[in-house]
Design a protein. Structure first.
Length: 72
């Protein structure tokens, strides 16, 4: 039983993925680094995977900014 506990905990943690805050923080960093495609992907992930998060509106706004700027 003890041998199953470690892999089970690992599986549960990896299945959950990063939190909305972690995604948003990483997206903000990517935006500062002018890595617009990756930032956009992370903002979209917040919108898609965490629709009830308080960060969804901020993510939508940032995504709109990225899409509105030519060359991004």
């Amino acid at each position: 039983m003890k041998r199953l506990l470690g892999p089970l905990v690992f599986l549960l943690l990896t299945a959950c993925g990063p939190s909305p805050q972690e995604l948003f923080d990483t997206a903000e960093f990517e935006l500062l680094q002018t890595n617009y495609p990756h930032a956009a992907k992370l903002y979209q992930e917040i919108i898609d995977r965490h629709p009830d998060s308080e960060l969804v509106e901020k993510a939508r706004a940032r995504l709109a900014e990225i899409k509105a700027e030519p060359g991004r």
